[in-house]
Design a protein around this ligand. Structure first.
Ligand code: AMP
Ligand code: MN
Ligand code: MN
Ligand code: MN
Length: 272
C-alpha cells in the first residue's frame, strides 16, 4: 500500500482544503498522509477543530514545512507530529507569517514598478484561508492576468532569488527550527535534499541534529535516491519521502497517489 509524507493545503499554497486533501488521499488508497504546509499548522488545526482528525479510513500525520535562513541555498525542514498548540511554536509561526505579510506587499510594489498591474487585494483573494502568503500566490495572479504562460515562467523571470521582484522574508535559522520542532514533540526531517543544491551542505545538515531525510521525492532520479538513502544510513537518519503535492495542473504530481512511497517508511512517523 502507498503513502505520501509531503502535501500542501489551502492554508499555505495548495489547491485543496484540508478535508478535500484527506478525501483525495482516501480515494487514492493511501495508508498514511502527512499534511505539511509552509510555515503554518492552521490546516491541521482546522481538521482537529472540525472533528476530522483522527480521520476515518486513513492515518494522518500532522506536520509542517519550514524554510530556513540561508544566504544562497533553499533549505526546507519538515516537522512531523509537532504539537500544534505548543506556545513557542505558535509565537514563532506568528512572527514568520507576519513577516510574509509585509514581504508580499513589497513584492507587489516591485512588480507594479516593473509595469505589472497587480494589486494586494488580488493576491489576498487568491490566498484565501492562507495566512502564509507566498510567492506562489503572486505567481498565480501574474499567470491569470496573462503576464506569463506558467507559474514556473513567472518565477524564472521575476520571483526567484536574484530576480527583480524577489524579496527575502524572515526565516528562522536551521538550528532554531530543528530545536523548535523537537521542543514541540516532533521529528525534524530535511526536505528535498537535491533542491538544496549542494550535497556538502546536505551532509553538514545531516549531522546537525536533524532526525530524518526526504530520500524519496519526485525530482530525485534513481541515482539521487540511492545516494540520499546511503547518506541517511550513514548518519542514522529516518527515511522519509513524499510528493510535495500542491494540487495544480502544471505541477507534478497533478493528482495525489501518482507519486507515493512504501508504507514501511511512513509508519515510522505515525503516532496513533
Ligand atoms: P515562498 O515561500 O513565498 O518563498 O515561495 C516558495 C514556494 O513557491 C514554494 O513552496 C513552491 O511551491 C513555489 N516555487 C518556488 N520556486 C518555484 C518555481 N521555480 N516554479 C514554481 N513554483 C515555485
Ligand atoms: Mn509550495
Ligand atoms: Mn519545500
Ligand atoms: Mn513542500
Amino acid at each position: 500500500m502507498p503513502s505520501d509524507l509531503h502535501a500542501h493545503t489551502t492554508f499555505s499554497d495548495g489547491k485543496l482544503a484540508p478535508e478535500e486533501l484527506v478525501a483525495a488521499a482516501k480515494a487514492a488508497g493511501l495508508t498514511y498522509l502527512a499534511i505539511t504546509d509552509h510555515d503554518t499548522v492552521d490546516g491541521v488545526g482546522h481538521l482537529y477543530e472540525s472533528g476530522l482528525l483522527p480521520a476515518k479510513g486513513i492515518k494522518i500525520i500532522p506536520g509542517i514545512e519550514f524554510s530556513a535562513h540561508h544566504p544562497v541555498h533553499e533549505i526546507h525542514v519538515l516537522g512531523y507530529n509537532v504539537d500544534i498548540y505548543y506556545r513557542d511554536l505558535i509565537d514563532k509561526l506568528n512572527d514568520v507569517t507576519e513577516a510574509r505579510w509585509t514581504r508580499f506587499s513589497e513584492m507587489v510594489e516591485k512588480l507594479c514598478k516593473q509595469g505589472y498591474q497587480i494589486t494586494e487585494t488580488e493576491v489576498l483573494t487568491i490566498a484565501g484561508a492562507s495566512r502564509s502568503i507566498s510567492r506562489s500566490h503572486i505567481a498565480r495572479i501574474l499567470v491569470r492576468k496573462g503576464y506569463f504562460e506558467s507559474i514556473r515562467d513567472a518565477f524564472s523571470a521575476m520571483l526567484q532569488k536574484g530576480k527583480p521582484a524577489y524579496v527575502p522574508h524572515y526565516h528562522l535559522e536551521l538550528s532554531e527550527i530543528v530545536e523548535l520542532i523537537k521542543a514541540a514533540g516532533g521529528t525534524p526531517v530535511l526536505a528535498h535534499p537535491k533542491l538544496v543544491g549542494d550535497d556538502e551542505l546536505v551532509e553538514q545538515i545531516c549531522s546537525s541534529g536533524i532526525e530524518g531525510l526526504e530520500v524519496f521525492y519526485p525530482q530525485h532520479n534513481e541515482e539521487d535516491t540511492q545516494r540520499y538513502m546511503e547518506m541517511a544510513e550513514r548518519h542514522g537518519l529516518l527515511v522519509s519521502g513524499g510528493s510535495d503535492f500542491h494540487g495544480y495542473a502544471t505541477r507534478y504530481p497533478q493528482e495525489l497517489g501518482l507519486f507515493t512511497i512504501e508504507d514501511k517508511w511512513a509508519e515510522q512517523f505515525y503516532r496513533p
